[in-house]
Design a protein around this ligand. Structure first.
Ligand SMILES: Cc1cc2nc3c(=O)[nH]c(=O)nc-3n(C[C@H](O)[C@H](O)[C@H](O)COP(=O)(O)O)c2cc1C
Length: 295
């Protein structure tokens, strides 16, 4: 498949400007390796390793198997401070190439990442937070639009990506309901420098999600996605069928283990495939979509 690049993907050394986004509980080291081998970049929340020792083991495993880039996500405000300190030290020690910060102020982490030559992405749902993070020195802003899996914003990616791009001098990464090559092409048309895809990779063979969760994503349509703050206190998108009482969110429903998140990008996901196959399919679709654009 023909490689294609943006300035940011070139800087990172990726064959394709695509990131398999970090997903709490279900992203794992096998996904990071498969992404590296397929020419995209995988990302995992540091907390998916249950302890700092487990994170060390994952990083040792990855470093032994690939010299390609991968990313670790730190959910600043959701991680106990002691754990965060231990995780950051490991990112430094293993020279993790890309640090993704979310849910908090990235300033301290930017300085430490840059001292190690690492690149920092920061996740936002609006311009105000993007400007703060850009002022803190992050290298790129992830604009998480409406319809994204996980904690999603309210602004459609059609508006959010060009809006952020217009007002920021750092590159913008598009997130939210990007599951196919057509949507990747649309992201670049809107001005993004990387396509950041979560939901599509829930249905990868390598992903740690239970078989029932993967099947629910395959079966779901966008009408089956519920946007609510009743699960974790912050608005996020969930699969209706995984919510208690058949879709009525309740305050008791606190655990992402039993309540499954996915975004509007479930629309065109029809089967569980290996990451190698998914990347092959979406890159082919991307090239076909670009070739078919009206001129
Ligand atoms: C199950 C699930 C868990 C997620 N967990 C995290 C997380 O721990 N940290 C984070 O920064 N983003 C998290 N996200 C958001 C993704 O990184 C990404 O922004 C989002 O999936 C992109 O939208 P898409 O799912 O429509 O492709 C999660 C998303 C999903 C679907």
């Amino acid at each position: 498949m023909t490689a294609f690049h943006t300035p940011l993907s070139r800087r990172l050394g990726l064959r394709y400007p695509i990131v398999a986004a970090p997903m709490f509980i279900i992203s794992n080291k096998e996904m990071l390796l498969a992404c590296a081998e397929a020419g995209i970049m995988g990302a995992m929340p540091s907390l998916n390793a249950r302890t700092p020792e487990a994170l060390r083991a994952d990083l040792e495993w990855l470093r032994a198997k690939t010299d390609k880039p991968f990313a670790i996500n730190m959910t600043i405000g959701l991680t106990p401070p002691k754990r965060l300190i231990a995780d950051v030290a490991l990112l430094e020690e293993f020279e993790v190439p890309v640090w993704i910060t979310s849910y908090g102020n990235p300033t301290e982490y930017v300085q430490r990442a840059h001292a190690k030559g690492a690149t920092v992405f920061h996740d936002v749902i609006n311009l105000r937070h993007a400007q703060k993070a850009a002022a803190a020195g992050v290298d790129a802003i992830i604009g998480v639009g409406a319809g994204a899996g996980g904690h999603a914003g309210r602004i459609t990616p059609f508006a959010l990506i060009p809006y952020l791009r217009e007002h920021l001098s750092v590159p913008v990464i598009a997130a939210g309901a990007i599951s196919t090559g057509r949507q990747i092409a649309a992201s670049f048309a809107l001005g993004a420098e990387l396509a950041y895809m979560g939901t599509r990779f829930i249905t990868s063979t390598e992903c740690g999600a239970q078989a029932e969760y993967k099947q629910m994503v395959v079966d779901a349509t966008p009408e089956d996605i519920v946007y609510t703050d009743q699960v974790s206190g912050v608005h996020a998108n969930f699969l209706k069928a995984s919510l208690p009482d058949g879709g009525e969110p309740t305050q008791d429903a606190k655990r992402w283990k039993d309540i499954w998140s996915a975004g509007h990008g479930v629309a065109e996901i029809t089967e569980v495939l290996s990451i190698e196959r998914i990347v092959d399919d979406i890159v082919r679709e991307y090239h076909d979509a670009v070739a078919a654009l009206p001129r």
